[in-house]
Design a binder for this molecule. Structure first.
Ligand code: SF4
Length: 499
Protein backbone atom coordinates (compact mmCIF):
# COMPACT_ATOMS: atom_id res chain seq x y z
CA UNK A 1 0.00 0.00 0.00
CA UNK A 2 1.42 3.33 -0.89
CA UNK A 3 0.70 5.15 2.34
CA UNK A 4 3.29 7.92 2.48
CA UNK A 5 5.71 7.22 5.29
CA UNK A 6 5.34 10.65 6.92
CA UNK A 7 1.62 11.02 6.39
CA UNK A 8 -0.57 9.85 9.23
CA UNK A 9 -1.91 6.34 8.57
CA UNK A 10 -5.36 6.28 7.02
CA UNK A 11 -8.07 5.12 9.40
CA UNK A 12 -10.80 2.56 8.80
CA UNK A 13 -14.09 1.36 10.20
CA UNK A 14 -15.75 -1.94 9.29
CA UNK A 15 -19.52 -2.18 9.80
CA UNK A 16 -20.77 -5.76 9.93
CA UNK A 17 -24.29 -7.01 9.26
CA UNK A 18 -25.27 -10.66 9.38
CA UNK A 19 -24.18 -14.08 10.44
CA UNK A 20 -21.07 -15.63 12.01
CA UNK A 21 -19.61 -16.02 8.51
CA UNK A 22 -19.84 -12.27 8.08
CA UNK A 23 -18.40 -11.57 11.51
CA UNK A 24 -15.46 -13.82 10.68
CA UNK A 25 -15.09 -12.23 7.22
CA UNK A 26 -14.93 -8.86 8.95
CA UNK A 27 -12.06 -10.13 11.08
CA UNK A 28 -10.28 -10.83 7.82
CA UNK A 29 -11.15 -7.46 6.30
CA UNK A 30 -9.76 -5.80 9.41
CA UNK A 31 -6.61 -7.92 9.26
CA UNK A 32 -6.13 -7.10 5.57
CA UNK A 33 -6.55 -3.37 6.14
CA UNK A 34 -4.10 -3.35 9.03
CA UNK A 35 -1.61 -5.36 7.00
CA UNK A 36 -1.93 -2.69 4.33
CA UNK A 37 -1.11 0.07 6.82
CA UNK A 38 -4.55 1.33 7.86
CA UNK A 39 -5.34 1.80 11.55
CA UNK A 40 -8.67 1.50 13.34
CA UNK A 41 -10.43 4.86 13.57
CA UNK A 42 -10.66 6.08 17.17
CA UNK A 43 -14.20 6.14 18.56
CA UNK A 44 -16.11 9.30 17.70
CA UNK A 45 -13.76 10.08 14.83
CA UNK A 46 -14.79 9.83 11.19
CA UNK A 47 -12.85 7.04 9.48
CA UNK A 48 -11.08 7.68 6.17
CA UNK A 49 -12.34 4.36 4.86
CA UNK A 50 -15.74 2.93 5.80
CA UNK A 51 -16.36 -0.69 4.79
CA UNK A 52 -19.86 -2.19 4.84
CA UNK A 53 -19.84 -5.97 5.15
CA UNK A 54 -23.42 -6.64 4.11
CA UNK A 55 -25.93 -9.42 4.51
CA UNK A 56 -28.59 -10.28 1.92
CA UNK A 57 -30.67 -12.44 4.18
CA UNK A 58 -32.30 -9.91 6.42
CA UNK A 59 -35.58 -8.37 5.46
CA UNK A 60 -35.14 -4.95 3.90
CA UNK A 61 -31.37 -5.38 3.91
CA UNK A 62 -31.04 -3.38 0.72
CA UNK A 63 -33.21 -0.48 1.91
CA UNK A 64 -31.13 -0.26 5.04
CA UNK A 65 -27.87 -0.35 3.09
CA UNK A 66 -28.93 2.40 0.69
CA UNK A 67 -30.25 4.41 3.63
CA UNK A 68 -26.90 4.15 5.41
CA UNK A 69 -25.02 4.98 2.23
CA UNK A 70 -27.28 8.02 1.79
CA UNK A 71 -26.32 9.25 5.27
CA UNK A 72 -22.67 8.94 4.40
CA UNK A 73 -22.86 10.96 1.14
CA UNK A 74 -22.67 14.41 2.84
CA UNK A 75 -20.09 13.12 5.30
CA UNK A 76 -17.91 12.04 2.42
CA UNK A 77 -18.39 15.35 0.64
CA UNK A 78 -17.11 17.12 3.76
CA UNK A 79 -14.19 14.75 4.26
CA UNK A 80 -11.76 14.90 1.32
CA UNK A 81 -10.10 11.59 0.53
CA UNK A 82 -12.73 9.53 2.31
CA UNK A 83 -13.59 6.20 0.66
CA UNK A 84 -16.59 3.90 1.01
CA UNK A 85 -16.46 0.18 0.20
CA UNK A 86 -19.34 -2.29 0.12
CA UNK A 87 -18.74 -6.03 0.32
CA UNK A 88 -20.52 -9.19 1.48
CA UNK A 89 -23.61 -11.02 0.27
CA UNK A 90 -25.64 -8.00 -0.78
CA UNK A 91 -22.74 -6.71 -2.84
CA UNK A 92 -22.41 -10.13 -4.47
CA UNK A 93 -26.12 -9.94 -5.31
CA UNK A 94 -26.49 -6.29 -6.37
CA UNK A 95 -23.08 -5.74 -8.00
CA UNK A 96 -23.08 -2.70 -10.32
CA UNK A 97 -26.48 -1.68 -8.99
CA UNK A 98 -24.76 -0.33 -5.88
CA UNK A 99 -22.61 2.23 -7.68
CA UNK A 100 -25.59 3.13 -9.89
CA UNK A 101 -27.82 3.91 -6.90
CA UNK A 102 -25.01 5.33 -4.75
CA UNK A 103 -22.38 6.75 -7.14
CA UNK A 104 -20.32 8.05 -4.22
CA UNK A 105 -19.35 4.46 -3.33
CA UNK A 106 -15.71 3.80 -4.28
CA UNK A 107 -15.41 0.00 -4.14
CA UNK A 108 -17.79 -2.93 -4.46
CA UNK A 109 -16.39 -6.40 -3.81
CA UNK A 110 -18.09 -9.79 -3.40
CA UNK A 111 -17.96 -12.77 -1.09
CA UNK A 112 -15.29 -14.54 -3.15
CA UNK A 113 -12.66 -11.82 -3.29
CA UNK A 114 -12.46 -10.11 0.09
CA UNK A 115 -8.68 -10.33 -0.22
CA UNK A 116 -8.82 -7.71 -3.01
CA UNK A 117 -10.14 -4.91 -0.81
CA UNK A 118 -6.88 -2.99 -0.18
CA UNK A 119 -5.92 -3.17 -3.87
CA UNK A 120 -9.36 -2.02 -4.99
CA UNK A 121 -9.28 0.91 -2.57
CA UNK A 122 -5.91 1.95 -3.90
CA UNK A 123 -7.04 1.52 -7.50
CA UNK A 124 -10.15 3.61 -6.88
CA UNK A 125 -8.05 6.33 -5.26
CA UNK A 126 -5.52 6.50 -8.08
CA UNK A 127 -8.01 6.14 -10.94
CA UNK A 128 -10.56 8.37 -9.20
CA UNK A 129 -13.37 6.10 -10.22
CA UNK A 130 -15.38 3.34 -8.61
CA UNK A 131 -14.05 -0.20 -8.76
CA UNK A 132 -16.53 -3.06 -8.89
CA UNK A 133 -15.04 -6.54 -8.71
CA UNK A 134 -17.21 -9.59 -8.13
CA UNK A 135 -15.94 -13.13 -8.73
CA UNK A 136 -18.23 -16.05 -9.45
CA UNK A 137 -16.29 -18.50 -7.35
CA UNK A 138 -13.66 -18.65 -4.68
CA UNK A 139 -10.03 -18.44 -5.74
CA UNK A 140 -8.29 -18.39 -2.38
CA UNK A 141 -9.77 -19.98 0.74
CA UNK A 142 -10.38 -16.92 2.90
CA UNK A 143 -8.67 -18.38 5.96
CA UNK A 144 -5.30 -17.88 4.30
CA UNK A 145 -5.83 -14.11 4.54
CA UNK A 146 -4.52 -12.03 7.43
CA UNK A 147 -7.02 -11.90 10.26
CA UNK A 148 -7.44 -9.59 13.21
CA UNK A 149 -9.35 -11.61 15.77
CA UNK A 150 -12.06 -9.90 17.76
CA UNK A 151 -11.41 -11.97 20.86
CA UNK A 152 -8.15 -12.97 22.55
CA UNK A 153 -9.60 -16.13 24.08
CA UNK A 154 -12.16 -17.56 21.63
CA UNK A 155 -11.93 -17.81 17.84
CA UNK A 156 -13.96 -18.79 14.80
CA UNK A 157 -12.24 -21.22 12.45
CA UNK A 158 -13.73 -21.80 8.99
CA UNK A 159 -13.75 -25.39 7.85
CA UNK A 160 -15.81 -24.84 4.71
CA UNK A 161 -17.55 -22.11 2.79
CA UNK A 162 -20.55 -22.31 0.46
CA UNK A 163 -23.26 -24.94 0.43
CA UNK A 164 -24.38 -27.70 -1.95
CA UNK A 165 -27.95 -27.73 -0.66
CA UNK A 166 -30.79 -25.81 -2.26
CA UNK A 167 -33.16 -24.86 0.55
CA UNK A 168 -35.81 -22.79 -1.19
CA UNK A 169 -35.80 -19.93 1.36
CA UNK A 170 -32.02 -19.49 1.34
CA UNK A 171 -29.87 -17.16 -0.73
CA UNK A 172 -26.57 -18.62 0.47
CA UNK A 173 -25.96 -21.10 -2.38
CA UNK A 174 -26.49 -18.29 -4.91
CA UNK A 175 -24.13 -15.91 -3.16
CA UNK A 176 -21.53 -18.10 -1.48
CA UNK A 177 -21.39 -20.78 -4.18
CA UNK A 178 -20.75 -24.50 -3.95
CA UNK A 179 -19.16 -25.93 -0.83
CA UNK A 180 -15.39 -25.67 -0.64
CA UNK A 181 -13.70 -27.67 2.10
CA UNK A 182 -10.49 -26.79 3.73
CA UNK A 183 -7.96 -29.55 4.29
CA UNK A 184 -7.89 -30.94 7.86
CA UNK A 185 -4.14 -30.29 8.19
CA UNK A 186 -4.63 -26.62 7.41
CA UNK A 187 -7.49 -26.30 9.89
CA UNK A 188 -5.48 -27.97 12.64
CA UNK A 189 -2.45 -25.80 11.91
CA UNK A 190 -4.62 -22.69 12.28
CA UNK A 191 -6.05 -23.99 15.56
CA UNK A 192 -2.59 -24.82 16.91
CA UNK A 193 -1.38 -21.34 16.03
CA UNK A 194 -4.38 -19.81 17.78
CA UNK A 195 -3.80 -21.93 20.88
CA UNK A 196 -0.16 -20.83 20.91
CA UNK A 197 -1.44 -17.23 21.06
CA UNK A 198 -3.61 -18.03 24.08
CA UNK A 199 -6.96 -19.00 22.51
CA UNK A 200 -8.64 -21.82 24.46
CA UNK A 201 -12.00 -22.06 22.66
CA UNK A 202 -12.66 -22.49 18.95
CA UNK A 203 -15.91 -22.67 17.03
CA UNK A 204 -15.67 -24.58 13.76
CA UNK A 205 -17.65 -22.72 11.16
CA UNK A 206 -19.40 -23.87 7.98
CA UNK A 207 -22.81 -23.49 6.34
CA UNK A 208 -23.29 -27.21 6.75
CA UNK A 209 -20.51 -28.72 8.86
CA UNK A 210 -21.81 -32.27 8.50
CA UNK A 211 -21.15 -32.18 4.80
CA UNK A 212 -17.50 -31.38 5.49
CA UNK A 213 -15.34 -33.76 3.45
CA UNK A 214 -17.69 -33.95 0.46
CA UNK A 215 -15.05 -32.28 -1.66
CA UNK A 216 -12.32 -34.78 -0.85
CA UNK A 217 -14.61 -37.81 -0.59
CA UNK A 218 -14.57 -38.63 3.12
CA UNK A 219 -18.05 -38.91 4.63
CA UNK A 220 -16.67 -39.18 8.15
CA UNK A 221 -14.33 -36.24 7.80
CA UNK A 222 -16.20 -34.07 10.29
CA UNK A 223 -16.17 -36.59 13.13
CA UNK A 224 -12.47 -37.24 12.46
CA UNK A 225 -11.84 -33.52 12.56
CA UNK A 226 -13.60 -33.21 15.94
CA UNK A 227 -11.46 -36.01 17.34
CA UNK A 228 -8.27 -34.42 15.94
CA UNK A 229 -9.21 -31.08 17.50
CA UNK A 230 -9.67 -32.94 20.76
CA UNK A 231 -5.99 -33.89 20.64
CA UNK A 232 -4.76 -30.28 20.37
CA UNK A 233 -3.03 -29.62 23.64
CA UNK A 234 -4.18 -26.48 25.41
CA UNK A 235 -7.50 -26.29 23.55
CA UNK A 236 -10.21 -26.51 26.20
CA UNK A 237 -13.47 -25.97 24.38
CA UNK A 238 -14.56 -26.97 20.86
CA UNK A 239 -17.90 -25.92 19.39
CA UNK A 240 -19.29 -25.99 15.86
CA UNK A 241 -22.05 -24.40 13.83
CA UNK A 242 -24.18 -25.37 12.04
CA UNK A 243 -25.00 -28.97 11.28
CA UNK A 244 -27.75 -29.97 8.85
CA UNK A 245 -30.06 -32.72 10.13
CA UNK A 246 -30.10 -34.51 6.78
CA UNK A 247 -26.41 -35.31 6.94
CA UNK A 248 -26.10 -35.74 10.69
CA UNK A 249 -24.51 -39.15 11.18
CA UNK A 250 -23.92 -41.20 14.31
CA UNK A 251 -20.14 -41.03 14.05
CA UNK A 252 -20.48 -37.29 14.84
CA UNK A 253 -22.51 -38.05 17.97
CA UNK A 254 -19.87 -40.59 19.04
CA UNK A 255 -17.06 -38.11 18.44
CA UNK A 256 -18.92 -35.46 20.46
CA UNK A 257 -19.54 -37.87 23.34
CA UNK A 258 -16.03 -39.33 23.38
CA UNK A 259 -14.02 -36.12 22.98
CA UNK A 260 -13.98 -34.37 26.37
CA UNK A 261 -13.21 -30.96 24.87
CA UNK A 262 -16.13 -31.02 22.42
CA UNK A 263 -18.76 -29.14 24.40
CA UNK A 264 -22.17 -30.65 25.19
CA UNK A 265 -24.17 -28.26 23.08
CA UNK A 266 -25.74 -28.61 19.68
CA UNK A 267 -27.36 -25.99 17.47
CA UNK A 268 -29.37 -27.91 14.87
CA UNK A 269 -31.83 -25.98 12.66
CA UNK A 270 -35.30 -27.55 12.54
CA UNK A 271 -36.96 -24.86 10.35
CA UNK A 272 -40.30 -26.68 10.39
CA UNK A 273 -41.79 -29.70 12.12
CA UNK A 274 -44.11 -30.44 9.20
CA UNK A 275 -42.94 -33.01 6.68
CA UNK A 276 -44.85 -31.24 3.93
CA UNK A 277 -43.26 -27.88 4.67
CA UNK A 278 -39.81 -29.47 4.95
CA UNK A 279 -40.38 -30.95 1.50
CA UNK A 280 -41.43 -27.55 0.13
CA UNK A 281 -38.37 -26.03 1.74
CA UNK A 282 -36.30 -28.73 0.01
CA UNK A 283 -34.91 -29.87 3.34
CA UNK A 284 -34.37 -33.58 2.84
CA UNK A 285 -34.99 -34.83 6.41
CA UNK A 286 -38.36 -35.36 8.03
CA UNK A 287 -39.70 -34.83 11.54
CA UNK A 288 -38.99 -38.40 12.67
CA UNK A 289 -35.36 -38.20 11.54
CA UNK A 290 -34.85 -34.91 13.39
CA UNK A 291 -36.34 -36.26 16.62
CA UNK A 292 -34.34 -39.47 16.24
CA UNK A 293 -31.07 -37.50 16.12
CA UNK A 294 -32.08 -35.61 19.23
CA UNK A 295 -32.87 -38.85 21.06
CA UNK A 296 -29.49 -40.30 20.16
CA UNK A 297 -27.64 -37.11 21.13
CA UNK A 298 -29.40 -37.09 24.51
CA UNK A 299 -28.66 -40.78 25.06
CA UNK A 300 -24.95 -40.24 24.37
CA UNK A 301 -24.61 -36.78 25.97
CA UNK A 302 -27.29 -36.47 28.65
CA UNK A 303 -26.46 -32.86 29.59
CA UNK A 304 -26.41 -31.54 26.04
CA UNK A 305 -28.22 -28.25 25.51
CA UNK A 306 -29.88 -28.33 22.10
CA UNK A 307 -30.90 -25.14 20.31
CA UNK A 308 -32.50 -24.56 16.93
CA UNK A 309 -33.77 -22.17 14.24
CA UNK A 310 -37.43 -22.19 13.17
CA UNK A 311 -39.22 -20.35 10.35
CA UNK A 312 -42.93 -19.65 10.79
CA UNK A 313 -45.32 -18.98 7.93
CA UNK A 314 -43.44 -20.55 5.03
CA UNK A 315 -45.63 -20.40 1.88
CA UNK A 316 -48.36 -23.03 2.06
CA UNK A 317 -47.97 -23.67 5.81
CA UNK A 318 -51.38 -24.67 7.21
CA UNK A 319 -52.49 -24.57 10.83
CA UNK A 320 -51.91 -28.34 10.95
CA UNK A 321 -48.37 -27.90 9.62
CA UNK A 322 -47.72 -25.25 12.24
CA UNK A 323 -49.02 -27.53 15.02
CA UNK A 324 -46.47 -30.14 13.90
CA UNK A 325 -43.74 -27.56 14.55
CA UNK A 326 -45.21 -26.85 17.99
CA UNK A 327 -45.21 -30.59 18.69
CA UNK A 328 -41.52 -30.91 17.85
CA UNK A 329 -40.67 -27.93 20.09
CA UNK A 330 -42.44 -29.67 22.98
CA UNK A 331 -40.79 -33.01 22.33
CA UNK A 332 -37.29 -31.82 21.54
CA UNK A 333 -37.05 -29.72 24.75
CA UNK A 334 -34.93 -27.05 23.08
CA UNK A 335 -32.81 -24.96 25.42
CA UNK A 336 -33.30 -22.07 23.02
CA UNK A 337 -34.92 -21.38 19.65
CA UNK A 338 -34.21 -18.59 17.19
CA UNK A 339 -37.61 -18.01 15.65
CA UNK A 340 -38.25 -16.11 12.43
CA UNK A 341 -41.29 -14.99 10.53
CA UNK A 342 -40.96 -16.05 6.92
CA UNK A 343 -40.54 -13.15 4.56
CA UNK A 344 -39.73 -13.21 0.88
CA UNK A 345 -36.04 -12.99 0.13
CA UNK A 346 -35.56 -11.80 -3.44
CA UNK A 347 -33.61 -14.29 -5.51
CA UNK A 348 -34.77 -17.35 -3.57
CA UNK A 349 -37.10 -19.98 -5.09
CA UNK A 350 -39.61 -19.59 -2.23
CA UNK A 351 -40.10 -15.90 -3.00
CA UNK A 352 -42.14 -16.78 -6.09
CA UNK A 353 -44.20 -19.57 -4.53
CA UNK A 354 -47.94 -19.10 -4.44
CA UNK A 355 -49.72 -19.45 -1.11
CA UNK A 356 -47.74 -16.78 0.67
CA UNK A 357 -49.27 -16.58 4.16
CA UNK A 358 -50.93 -13.31 5.23
CA UNK A 359 -48.79 -11.29 7.60
CA UNK A 360 -51.44 -11.34 10.37
CA UNK A 361 -51.54 -15.15 10.33
CA UNK A 362 -47.74 -15.40 10.42
CA UNK A 363 -47.61 -12.95 13.31
CA UNK A 364 -50.23 -14.83 15.31
CA UNK A 365 -48.46 -18.19 14.83
CA UNK A 366 -45.15 -16.59 15.62
CA UNK A 367 -46.43 -15.31 18.98
CA UNK A 368 -47.71 -18.77 19.88
CA UNK A 369 -44.42 -20.35 18.90
CA UNK A 370 -42.32 -17.86 20.85
CA UNK A 371 -44.54 -18.39 23.90
CA UNK A 372 -44.05 -22.14 23.76
CA UNK A 373 -40.34 -22.02 22.92
CA UNK A 374 -39.68 -19.63 25.80
CA UNK A 375 -41.64 -21.79 28.23
CA UNK A 376 -39.74 -24.92 27.17
CA UNK A 377 -36.38 -23.11 27.39
CA UNK A 378 -37.29 -21.76 30.80
CA UNK A 379 -38.29 -25.21 32.07
CA UNK A 380 -35.02 -26.62 30.74
CA UNK A 381 -33.05 -23.80 32.37
CA UNK A 382 -34.77 -24.38 35.72
CA UNK A 383 -33.36 -27.91 35.73
CA UNK A 384 -29.89 -26.39 35.98
CA UNK A 385 -30.67 -24.38 39.15
CA UNK A 386 -28.66 -25.77 42.05
CA UNK A 387 -26.01 -27.29 39.80
CA UNK A 388 -22.39 -26.19 39.75
CA UNK A 389 -21.30 -25.10 36.30
CA UNK A 390 -17.93 -24.20 34.83
CA UNK A 391 -17.92 -20.84 33.05
CA UNK A 392 -15.47 -19.27 30.68
CA UNK A 393 -15.62 -15.62 31.66
CA UNK A 394 -16.75 -13.55 28.69
CA UNK A 395 -16.45 -9.94 27.73
CA UNK A 396 -19.43 -7.95 26.55
CA UNK A 397 -22.07 -10.66 26.97
CA UNK A 398 -23.99 -9.09 29.86
CA UNK A 399 -25.52 -5.76 28.93
CA UNK A 400 -26.67 -5.06 32.48
CA UNK A 401 -23.52 -6.29 34.22
CA UNK A 402 -22.36 -2.84 35.22
CA UNK A 403 -25.69 -2.05 36.86
CA UNK A 404 -25.99 -5.44 38.57
CA UNK A 405 -22.29 -5.71 39.55
CA UNK A 406 -22.12 -9.09 37.86
CA UNK A 407 -19.87 -10.65 35.26
CA UNK A 408 -21.00 -13.06 32.57
CA UNK A 409 -19.71 -16.28 31.13
CA UNK A 410 -20.69 -19.24 29.00
CA UNK A 411 -21.20 -22.66 30.57
CA UNK A 412 -19.89 -25.76 28.84
CA UNK A 413 -23.32 -26.23 27.26
CA UNK A 414 -23.16 -22.64 25.97
CA UNK A 415 -25.79 -21.31 28.39
CA UNK A 416 -25.24 -17.68 29.31
CA UNK A 417 -24.72 -17.22 33.07
CA UNK A 418 -24.47 -13.91 34.91
CA UNK A 419 -22.56 -14.33 38.20
CA UNK A 420 -21.53 -12.21 41.16
CA UNK A 421 -17.73 -12.19 41.32
CA UNK A 422 -17.23 -12.54 45.07
CA UNK A 423 -15.76 -15.36 47.14
CA UNK A 424 -17.15 -16.99 50.29
CA UNK A 425 -15.88 -14.09 52.42
CA UNK A 426 -17.62 -11.59 50.20
CA UNK A 427 -14.31 -10.33 48.80
CA UNK A 428 -14.16 -9.58 45.08
CA UNK A 429 -12.52 -12.28 42.95
CA UNK A 430 -10.01 -11.23 40.37
CA UNK A 431 -10.99 -12.80 37.03
CA UNK A 432 -10.43 -11.81 33.46
CA UNK A 433 -12.24 -12.73 30.23
CA UNK A 434 -10.92 -16.15 29.24
CA UNK A 435 -10.43 -17.32 32.85
CA UNK A 436 -12.54 -20.19 34.23
CA UNK A 437 -14.77 -20.08 37.30
CA UNK A 438 -17.11 -22.55 38.92
CA UNK A 439 -20.38 -21.23 40.30
CA UNK A 440 -23.67 -22.61 41.54
CA UNK A 441 -26.70 -21.54 39.51
CA UNK A 442 -29.30 -19.84 41.72
CA UNK A 443 -31.94 -18.59 39.29
CA UNK A 444 -33.21 -19.39 35.80
CA UNK A 445 -34.81 -17.09 33.22
CA UNK A 446 -35.89 -18.22 29.75
CA UNK A 447 -32.76 -16.88 28.06
CA UNK A 448 -30.10 -16.86 30.79
CA UNK A 449 -29.10 -18.13 34.20
CA UNK A 450 -27.93 -16.26 37.29
CA UNK A 451 -25.40 -17.42 39.89
CA UNK A 452 -25.45 -15.15 42.91
CA UNK A 453 -23.78 -17.69 45.18
CA UNK A 454 -20.05 -17.20 45.95
CA UNK A 455 -17.62 -18.19 43.25
CA UNK A 456 -16.36 -21.67 44.17
CA UNK A 457 -13.15 -21.85 42.15
CA UNK A 458 -11.17 -19.55 39.91
CA UNK A 459 -8.68 -20.81 37.35
CA UNK A 460 -6.51 -18.21 35.73
CA UNK A 461 -5.79 -19.35 32.18
CA UNK A 462 -3.48 -18.61 29.29
CA UNK A 463 -6.56 -17.17 27.57
CA UNK A 464 -6.98 -14.70 30.44
CA UNK A 465 -3.28 -13.81 30.12
CA UNK A 466 -3.77 -13.26 26.37
CA UNK A 467 -6.75 -10.99 27.04
CA UNK A 468 -4.73 -9.05 29.62
CA UNK A 469 -1.76 -8.65 27.27
CA UNK A 470 -4.00 -7.41 24.54
CA UNK A 471 -5.82 -4.87 26.66
CA UNK A 472 -2.85 -3.65 28.72
CA UNK A 473 -2.05 -0.01 27.93
CA UNK A 474 0.83 0.27 25.49
CA UNK A 475 3.81 2.31 26.66
CA UNK A 476 3.80 5.73 25.04
CA UNK A 477 6.33 6.16 22.24
CA UNK A 478 6.67 2.48 21.46
CA UNK A 479 5.50 1.38 18.01
CA UNK A 480 2.02 -0.06 18.03
CA UNK A 481 1.57 -3.78 18.39
CA UNK A 482 -1.90 -5.21 18.05
CA UNK A 483 -4.32 -2.39 18.79
CA UNK A 484 -6.67 -2.74 21.71
CA UNK A 485 -9.79 -4.52 20.73
CA UNK A 486 -13.11 -3.94 22.40
CA UNK A 487 -15.92 -6.27 23.00
CA UNK A 488 -15.73 -9.64 21.23
CA UNK A 489 -18.58 -10.35 18.93
CA UNK A 490 -21.63 -11.46 20.84
CA UNK A 491 -23.24 -14.53 19.32
CA UNK A 492 -24.76 -13.03 16.21
CA UNK A 493 -28.44 -13.59 15.86
CA UNK A 494 -29.28 -16.47 13.70
CA UNK A 495 -31.53 -14.56 11.31
CA UNK A 496 -28.44 -13.87 9.46
CA UNK A 497 -28.32 -17.01 7.48
CA UNK A 498 -31.74 -18.43 8.26
CA UNK A 499 -30.46 -21.88 7.51
S1 SF4 B 1 -30.24 -23.04 4.61
FE1 SF4 B 1 -28.20 -23.79 5.10
S2 SF4 B 1 -28.20 -25.88 4.21
FE2 SF4 B 1 -29.91 -24.78 3.25
S3 SF4 B 1 -29.04 -23.90 1.38
FE3 SF4 B 1 -28.88 -22.34 3.01
S4 SF4 B 1 -26.81 -22.60 3.83
FE4 SF4 B 1 -27.29 -24.46 2.69
Amino acid sequence: MSTLSHAPARTYEVRTYGCQMNVHDSERLTGLLEDAGYVAAPAEQQADVVVFNTCAVRENADNKLYGNLGHLAPVKAAHPGMQIAVGGCLAQKDRGEITRRAPWVDVVFGTHNIGSLPVLLERARVAEEAQVEILESLEVFPSTLPTKRESAYAAWVSISVGCNNTCTFCIVPALRGKEKDRRPGEILAEIEALVAEGVTEVTLLGQNVNAYGVEFGDRQAFSKLLRSCGRVEGLERIRFTSPHPAEFTDDVIAAMAETPTVMPSLHMPLQSGSDKVLKDMRRSYRQSKFLGIIDRVRAAIPDAAITTDIIVGFPGETEEDFLETMKVVEQARFAGAFTFQYSKRPGTPAAVLEDQIPKSVVQERYMRLVGLADQVAWDENKRVVGRTVELMVAEGEGRKDTATHRLSGRARDNRLVHFTPVDRDGSPVDVRPGDMVEVEVTYAAPHHLVADSPVQTVRRTRAGDAWENRTAPKPVGVPLGLPTVGVPAPLPDADACAR
